[in-house]
Write a protein that binds this ligand. Structure first.
Ligand code: HEM
Length: 511
């Protein structure tokens, strides 16, 4: 080739693009090598997923649709003996998968500012706007400072508000006497009813239907239209999340209509609260704690109020319903655990006609040790958020898991994802013993110093704000159901461990 021909090719667009890519790759490689040397980083084992990891992704999706995804992920993380960290390349992008408590601690706490939520805001924005669950940085800090005081103990301690909802739930169960009852469905209705009342001051009353002949008296629209739209919108959010960078393609009319319905409901109650006089607000507050009424004392911005309330509804609803479902699933499979729990509940609060409902309080529930063990165990084996993600905001490291001995730090490049799988962390034999896959609440009597090996509510600055609210609700509902219904038989015909589905992004529920 003559000089002039070479020169002609060098000035063509494709040569410039190839040259730029080459320079970019070399600079990235050099930067990474330098960083690795400085921090002593070594690679963890690579998880082979076929070309671009596409075969692996396809099999994950298949398993997801069959409710087996978490168990398959868990098997993958267990396949190499003691290895607790892997990396894989998904369409060229490096993703690190970990179940190592030290690495989870780094991502969530000690290196908190090195990581962010990534694309969650874009995925969830059409329904949730800008709120605590979707924002990073200053926006999140501001949201957290504004909302945290509302979750103080006194606010979440009001178990009395749960009783009317429990009574309607009990009616459904009594109506189904002699038949098989799908408890999970009822728990989902219960938690949207209790959460909407706590947040907006009015329950959406989705448990009320003609079968219990107790129609909800809603100011706004019908109960079913809100609950249904909320469910539909959440399903779309999950699909947007799984579609990652192609999330914008999941944006059809049904999704938009559902978001509009949910927003119309929220707007109605937000505007109503904004129109109350200070005296009216004071009067209303005396009737019982309502999140919205307290929040309007801090901000008069209708959009902020709407977005934050919907963020909390999404964070708290499926998670608590999932927990209740797994508690009763395991109680039904384990009659001896059910009997032992009943004994504790009956001796503390009575049973049947002799139930002492007044004595069931935030404080007295905390004293029921075996109940606490049962709930801890359900959240251990079935954490409501079984796998979660963070994206690096700069070149950084995970403290351990690299190299042949798994002890060196791991490099995490800016923009790379760390997926932490609490589902597997909660089954580590080192912490939970050889029977870590079994549902055995008694283990909690002996477990010590779990640290970051037990994180159902996350940890660090973004730790769940609703933890006490959720534990109180799950405890109260469990106690009351045991008092009212002393018999529980599993009619589940599926295999064990149960199949699970991710309803919203990462929320685990029985399938
Ligand atoms: C069993 C029930 C629950 C579990 C297991 C649970 C678990 C979690 C987890 C793991 C996170 C962290 C998510 C992340 O950072 O990516 C979280 C965040 C959050 N949860 Fe919960 N949650 C439960 C119930 C609730 C309830 C009932 C509420 C409110 C009424 C609530 C409010 C929140 C809020 C506001 C956040 C965001 C905190 C922040 O980013 O600063 N959660 N929850």
């Amino acid at each position: 080739m003559t000089d002039s021909v070479i020169q002609e090719h060098l000035t063509k667009w494709y040569s410039i693009v190839i040259g730029a890519l080459l320079v970019y790759s070399l600079v990235t490689f050099a930067r990474k090598s330098l960083f690795n040397r400085r921090h002593g980083c070594k690679e963890p084992p690579k998880m082979e997923g076929g070309i671009g990891s596409i075969p692996l992704l396809l099999s994950l999706l298949k398993n997801k649709s069959e409710g087996l995804m978490m168990d398959m992920n868990h098997k993958m993380l267990n396949s190499a003996g003691n290895v607790r960290n892997f990396y894989m390349r998904v369409v060229g992008v490096r993703v690190i998968l970990t179940k190592e408590p030290e690495n989870i601690k780094a991502v969530l706490a000690t290196q908190f500012t090195d990581f962010a939520l990534g694309t969650r805001h874009a995925h969830f924005k059409p329904l949730l706007g800008d709120g605590i669950f979707t924002l990073d940085g200053e926006g999140w800090k501001h949201s957290r400072a504004m909302l945290r005081p509302q979750f103080a103990r006194e606010q979440v301690a009001h178990v009395k508000a749960l009783e009317p909802h429990l009574q309607i739930l009990a009616k459904h169960i009594r109506n189904g006497r002699g038949k098989t009852i799908e408890l999970q469905e009822l728990f989902f209705k219960l938690t949207v009813d209790t959460a909407s009342e706590f947040l907006f001051g009015q329950s959406v009353g989705s448990l009320h239907d003609s079968s219990v002949s107790d129609q909800a008296a809603l100011d706004f629209g019908t109960s079913s239209s809100f609950a249904e739209s909320f469910n539909v919108a959440q399903t779309y959010l999950a699909s947007r999340s799984y579609s990652q960078m192609f999330y914008w393609m999941v944006n059809n009319k049904e999704f938009k209509d559902s978001c509009n319905n949910v927003h119309a409901f929220a707007k109605y109650y937000v505007n109503r609260a904004l129109n109350f006089t200070p005296q009216e607000l004071e009067e209303k507050s005396k009737e019982g704690y309502v999140f919205l009424y307290e929040l309007v004392k801090q901000t008069r911005d209708a959009t902020v109020l709407q977005d934050q309330l919907l963020n909390i509804l999404v964070a708290g609803r499926d998670t608590t319903a999932g927990l209740l479902s797994f508690i009763f699933y395991e109680l039904a499979r384990n009659p001896e655990i059910f009997e032992k729990l009943k004994k504790e509940v009956y001796s503390a609060f009575g049973s049947g006609e002799n139930s002492d409902i007044e004595s069931i309080t935030f404080e007295s529930l905390k004293k029921c040790e075996y109940l606490k063990f049962v709930i801890n165990e359900a959240l251990r084996l079935y954490p409501s958020v079984p796998v979660n993600f963070r994206v690096a905001t700069k070149d950084t490291t995970l403290p351990t898991g690299g190299g042949p001995d798994g002890k060196s730090p791991i490099y995490v490049g800016k923009g790379q994802t760390v997926a932490y799988q609490v589902y597997s962390t909660h089954r580590l034999e080192e912490y939970y013993g050889k029977d870590s896959e079994e549902f055995r609440p008694e283990r909690w009597a002996d477990l010590k110093k779990l640290g970051w090996a037990y994180v159902p509510f996350n940890g660090g600055p973004r730790i769940c704000l609703g933890q006490q609210f959720a534990l109180t609700e799950a405890s109260y509902i469990t106690v009351r159901l045991l008092q009212m219904f002393p018999n529980l038989v599993s009619k589940d015909t599926g295999s064990y461990p149960p199949r699970k589905s991710d309803k919203l992004q990462r929320k685990l529920v029985l399938r």
